[in-house]
Design a binder for this molecule. Structure first.
Ligand code: AOF
Ligand code: ZN
Length: 356
């Protein structure tokens, strides 16, 4: 199953809003076929793995990260292919919560196939967090915060300089990460100070280029900013109060090709993004936007890259404006990944505990 999860991850940036799925066919203790869902609308992982196994799939065990589908969608139902291939046993990490596709396990069992659920279920749920978020009926986008900080959780030095807090591996990781999100967000102050381009510049080409979203309630932006200057090439939106767009700056942004999204609150902003097809949003700072999203309980996941430096008390805090609750009543988040990125450390935390 660990191998199937690794295979599934290869679909990152290419399959959303569909799930990441990986599958392995085992016969006589040996891997005889592997597959993953590689492209939105393309063959499902199980079909790819079974095709690779060929006749060796007869009597085999199919290990798959998501319950095989029972529906005719852009692809035929996987359960029919599993049954036709003569698979004896199917090991599933998580059930398919998509009501249209669900019920595959029961169909397999009815055909006399042994079905087990839950192996590495937590890991599989974490891998498909955005897909599961929407399957639960959530309308707003899946929201992740990505922050690169010092050991003392500062996102910039005392002069607000933040470039190169983290090292090359971490920056490469961020480009990979961006490719799997529908939108990349930042706050207005960060757009002004850092002038980032928020594009995907790694080896992984996303199927759909993530749109860039600047949350700038006061519309305090510079037209010369990289994000604005390139708005005709890379989709870019600015979220602000409806009144702000009446000003000169609103007209100038529209003329620069920026989409204006009126919203009076973060809730409204996320609803407006969802209406525009944004299912997942990666927010890359700054501290005020991060703090506001956390306060409003709108963050589902935190990608935290910590670098071995200290920026001190005058450095810019990663999360500003959070209430100081007594220890007994603070919410505990759940680590879903910890790993080294060069000298930096990646910690991924989920707010909700994924189901087993
Ligand atoms: C995938 N890839 O490997 C598996 C999926 O429209 P379709 O035919 O691509 O079906 C999409 C649904 O099929 C998806 O929401 C999920 O419930 C189920 N399984 N989907 O994209 C796969 N196994
Ligand atoms: Zn399928």
């Amino acid at each position: 199953m660990a191998r199937a999860l690794d295979l599934a991850a290869r679909g990152w940036g290419r399959v959303q809003p569909n799930p990441l799925v990986g599958a392995v066919v085992l016969a006589d203790g040996e891997v005889v076929g592997e597959g993953h869902h590689a492209e939105f609308g393309a063959p499902h992982a199980e079909a790819v793995a079974l095709a690779a196994a060929g006749s060796r799939a007869r009597g085999s065990t199919l290990v798959v990260t998501l319950e095989p589908c029972a529906h005719q969608g852009k692809q035929p139902p996987c359960v029919d292919q599993v049954i036709a291939a003569g698979v004896r046993r199917v090991v599933v990490a998580i059930r398919d919560p998509n009501p249209i596709a669900a019920g595959g396990g029961e169909r397999l069992a009815a055909a006399g196939i042994e079905v087990e659920y839950g192996l590495l279920g937590r890991e599989a749920a974490a891998q498909n967090a955005a897909f599961l978020h929407h399957a639960r009926g959530e309308i707003r986008p899946f929201v992740a915060l990505k922050l690169a900080t010092s050991v003392d959780a500062r996102i910039a030095d005392r002069d607000r300089r933040s470039r190169w807090i983290s090292g090359a591996e971490a920056r490469e990781y961020v480009h990979w990460l961006r490719a799997g999100f529908d939108a990349i967000g930042i706050g207005g102050a960060t757009a002004r100070h850092d002038d980032p381009s928020l594009t995907v510049r790694g080896p992984l080409r996303p199927r759909v280029v993530p749109r860039r979203v600047v949350f700038a309630p006061a519309l305090n932006l510079r037209l010369e900013a990289e994000l604005i200057r390139s708005a005709h090439e890379v989709p870019t939106a600015v979220v602000a109060g409806a009144d702000a767009f009446q000003w000169e700056m609103g007209r100038a942004l529209a003329a620069a090709g920026v989409e204006l999204i009126p919203a009076e609150s973060l809730d409204e902003a996320l609803a407006a993004l969802a209406e525009r097809g944004v299912g997942s949003l990666l927010v890359e700072g700054g501290g005020r936007l991060a703090g506001a999203l956390l306060r409003a309980e709108l963050v589902d996941r935190l990608y935290w890259v910590q670098s071995p430096i200290w920026l001190g008390e005058r450095g810019v805090p990663a999360f500003s404006g959070l209430p100081s609750l007594p220890l007994a009543s603070v919410e505990r988040w759940h680590p879903v990944e910890r790993r080294a990125l060069g000298d930096d450390t990646l910690l991924v935390l989920d707010r909700a505990c994924s189901p087993d």
